[in-house]
Design a protein around this ligand. Sequence first.
Ligand code: HEM
Length: 116
Amino acid sequence: MKFSLFQSLLLPFGSEPFECLRLLASPISSFDILTMSVSAEEVAKHNTDKDCWVIVGDQVLDVTNFLSEHPGGKKSIMMFAGKDATEEFDMLHDRKVIKKYGIDEGTVELKGTIKK
Ligand code: HEM
């Protein structure tokens, strides 16, 4: 079970006796509460096939473990390693594939939202 920072901070201050247990049992992840804002400069550092992030829309995605699984091949993603791939991504896919074939499979990780 994953506990968010927010939940941990609240634990000592539960307003009712079982508040702590309720919070512990909650499926909320740290990402639901604390959405990280990531700069384009930070994304640009992750531009190799051992550490590959891309921007799609307002999302920053770590696709390193997805490269070998990508139906469109590793090279097509690597052309955008560390960069904004939104325009090309949208020409070829529905955004829904990110969750369905990446995040739900555990091969794509949402790092946060791009800092504008
Ligand atoms: C971010 C995570 C990504 C996921 C989960 C993903 C998933 C997929 C999937 C499932 C397909 C098969 C076609 C479809 O079902 O739409 C596909 C094809 C493709 N993808 Fe991605 N993709 C990702 C990122 C990218 C990026 C960043 C690029 C570069 C622009 C790219 C380029 C392509 C290409 C060129 C194809 C082949 C299209 C074709 O053969 O017609 N993908 N991708």
